[in-house]
Design a protein around this ligand. Sequence first.
Ligand code: ADP
Ligand code: MG
Length: 268
Amino acid sequence: MTRADAVLNATAVTEHPPVVEIVNAHKAYGANQVLDGIDLAIAKGTVTVILGPSGSGKSTLLRAINHLERLDVGYVAVHGEPIGVKRHGQRLKELPERAILKQRAKIGFVFQNFNLFPHLTVLENITEAPVAHRLKSVSEARRSAENLLARVGLADKAEAYPRQLSGGQQQRVAIARALALEPELILFDEPTSALDPELVGEVLSVIKDLASTGTTLVVVTHEIGFAREVADRVIFLDRGKIVEQGTPAGVLDNPSTPRCRDFLDKVL
Ligand code: ADP
Ligand code: MG
């Protein structure tokens, strides 16, 4: 089965539940309905690219997957453990904060603005979480961080501080930091939007490398070339709804809705 087939079958294949399942997700800020009934299953080892205009709810959706955002209605299940509110207002058993933290620890998050700790060295940025979560001893965490830095091409920057690095280098450190928790899924929120154009490629190539080694990825990006090359599935979000989804060729070359076509005309 190809990865694309795996995505299409993700909800049907019961013996392999999706890594993450989002069911009927609704979220409003006041009168602004930001997520308006999102259903989405992310199959293991797949790359999902999310596209959509500014304000369409992309960041809110990623934050909801990571439980940084509480849904009004609907739920997010990581490995089948739902947290949230079911259809028809039926409240799920509230899981303790510790269960939420446990789910969050399985999910890496890479932000548009890197969000590295400015007062820590590159190496300390990467070892901080695994040591704090007691997943690794300090020496194990250091060894693993050195390997990760080599993997993102920054073996010589372990002792540097974030401000001494370019944006592309900082974002590669942020990716190494996400990997240090050995996540089952990594969420990327416009990882190259804050970068000078000449630095975009080095970050995308690290993400491509992760994709090729079977890491499960969800990437919000306007980099259509990247989506075409790497995504198993492309999702177009507009006004809090999934308006269109399918293979890159289907969505990018042959969009079926005017809203998606307009959006692609603007970003291409
Ligand atoms: P996108 O990432 O697609 O640009 P967002 O998910 O960031 O969209 O935001 C969707 C909408 O929700 C926007 O209208 C935004 O202004 C609003 N929004 C996001 N976060 C908040 C918040 N904490 N409080 C109020 N409104 C918010
Ligand atoms: Mg956003």
